[in-house]
Structures are given as structure tokens and as C-alpha cells.
Design a binder for this molecule. Structure first.
Ligand SMILES: O=C(O)[C@H](O)[C@@H](O)[C@H](O)[C@H](O)COP(=O)(O)O
Length: 263
């Protein structure tokens, strides 16, 4: 059984995205009000899309709470990226393109993974992303040698979608990348297309203050139940947690196989 996971359940993806963004706004606003630099890790997939859509909706309707965050001052990282050129519709960072332009986020706050046009290969791109992270967080160089409890969290929130096989970011069950240590990993044989990808490692994800797992749909229910109930689970989704909070945001369909009492 996964320990210390907070579970939030919603009737559908729209409701889930709305509540998740409301919670994110609270975290980021508090961080900025206390004089800190807010940083988040964004996901691809359907939840990345729902996240971007909700941000645009709040912006367009002039939502009061939305403007409690200085979105242009937030730093945006990506849990994984497909190794295709920037601007390709397959890219995860493209999901937020409209939002970045609307919120006037400066390019230096959008921490993109280099595409093939700017790197030799996927390994080179993964290395460059790790360098970008180390430049932003010099403590990363020492970090993985120290005790977890002594560490200051790196990201405020990491958002992660989940695949029906239990993958998060581009860490797939049984794939060596899922066991990778250090900051980032490059893959050239991802089971989910496109095959070339760059991902944060489990260890890097787990350096966040909060890890938020986002999943909707019945096809995710079996792996979520396995991750939630089995101590022996090797699924990547069961290996990620935040230093301060691990929150699973699910719709009822994704939660339908969790033990009774949880939903
Ligand atoms: O590059 C990607 O595709 C993702 O970052 C990936 O990890 C995604 O979040 C999951 O596969 C869930 O995707 P869905 O929500 O679309 O099922």
C-alpha cells in the first residue's frame, strides 16, 4: 500500500483540472508572496492539454484568483519531452504555447528540452537538460549524495500524467530508463511513440515539494490499483512522491479499482 498519498476524486477531467489548477494557484501565489521563485514541472498527454485549457479559460474570463499569480515569473520545466523539433505538434511544451504567449512568459523561464535541430542526439539533449537544471539549481550537483530529509525541495509542484501501463513522464515499466539515477535520461526506444524522448529520472521527480499524479479514464484503473495497494509494485507511478505532498488527482473511472473506502 502506498503510504501518505492524498487522494482527490472528481466526476470528470474538466472538474479535476479546475480543482487542480485552483490548488496550483494557491501554492504558487503563496510561494511568490513569501518572496520565493515559483517553479513547476508540466506534463504532456491528455492532462497536459486539460491543464493548458484551464489556464487559458481562467485568463480569458478574467478570473480574480488566476491573477494572484505572476505567471511570467514562474519557471516552467517539463517532466518529459518528445525528441522532435521545437514547434512540432508532438512536443509537450507546445501544449502551453498559447498560454506562454498570452501570459508573456519570458523565454528564459521556459525550460525546454533541446530538439534534434539544436543537439547531436537524444543523449546529448538529455545531458543539456541536466546541465540546464544544474545551472538553475547548483545544489543538484551534491544533492543525490545527501539524506532526503536534509534536502530543500527543488520544484514546487511536479505534475505527471499516467499511462495505462503505469508509466509517468517517459519512465516506462521494465525499461532501463525507469531505473536511471541522476537528473535526466534519454530514450531512443520508448514504447509510446515517438521513440526518442528525454525524461526526468524518478530521483529528480522525487526532489519536488509536491508530486501530483493526474489520471482519468477506466484504462488507467488497473495500474493505479496495483500501485496503490501493492508494496511490491515496480510500476513507475508507484515510485514517485513529493517531499511534502504526494497527491493523486483521479476521476471516478480511474479510481474504480482502488480499495473500497477510497472512493
Ligand atoms: O509525452 C507524453 O506522452 C507524456 O508526458 C506521458 O507521460 C503522458 O503524460 C502519459 O502517457 C499519459 O498520457 P495520457 O494522459 O494522454 O494518457
Amino acid at each position: 500500500m502506498l503510504q501518505n498519498v492524498d487522494l482527490r476524486l472528481f466526476p470528470d477531467a474538466d472538474r479535476l483540472a479546475a480543482e487542480m489548477v485552483a490548488a496550483l494557484i494557491g501554492v504558487l501565489a503563496r510561494r511568490q508572496q513569501s518572496g520565493g521563485t515559483a517553479s513547476i514541472v508540466c506534463t504532456g498527454g491528455s492532462m497536459g492539454k486539460a491543464f493548458a485549457a484551464r489556464l487559458m479559460e481562467l485568463h480569458d474570463r478574467n478570473d480574480e484568483t488566476f491573477f494572484t499569480v505572476d505567471w511570467a515569473a514562474v519557471h516552467y520545466w517539463f517532466g518529459d519531452e518528445r525528441y522532435v523539433p521545437v514547434g512540432d505538434p508532438e512536443r509537450n511544451d507546445g501544449l502551453l504555447a498559447e498560454f506562454f504567449a498570452t501570459a508573456k512568459v519570458p523565454a528564459e523561464n521556459i525550460h525546454r528540452v533541446l530538439g534534434p535541430e539544436d543537439s547531436d542526439d537524444v543523449t546529448d539533449s538529455a545531458y543539456a537538460y541536466a546541465e540546464q537544471l544544474r545551472a538553475a539549481y547548483p545544489e543538484l550537483t551534491e544533492r543525490f549524495a545527501s539524506e532526503r530529509d536534509e534536502r530543500t525541495p527543488i520544484f514546487d509542484v511536479v505534475m505527471l500524467g499516467v499511462g495505462p501501463d503505469g508509466h509517468v513522464a517517459s519512465l516506462f515499466p521494465g525499461h532501463p530508463a525507469a531505473q536511471s539515477t541522476g537528473v535526466t535520461v534519454g530514450l531512443s526506444d520508448s514504447p509510446k511513440p515517438p521513440p526518442e524522448r528525454v525524461s526526468l529520472t524518478t530521483e529528480m521527480i522525487n526532489s519536488a515539494a509536491r508530486v501530483w499524479i493526474l489520471a482519468t479514464g477506466a484504462e488507467k484503473a488497473p495500474v493505479l490499483a496495483e500501485a496503490f495497494t501493492s508494496e511490491a509494485s515496480e510500476l513507475p507511478v508507484s515510485k514517485v512522491y513529493g517531499a511534502e505532498q504526494t497527491m493523486w488527482w483521479l476521476d471516478h473511472a480511474a479510481a474504480e479499482k482502488l480499495p473500497r473506502g477510497e472512493h
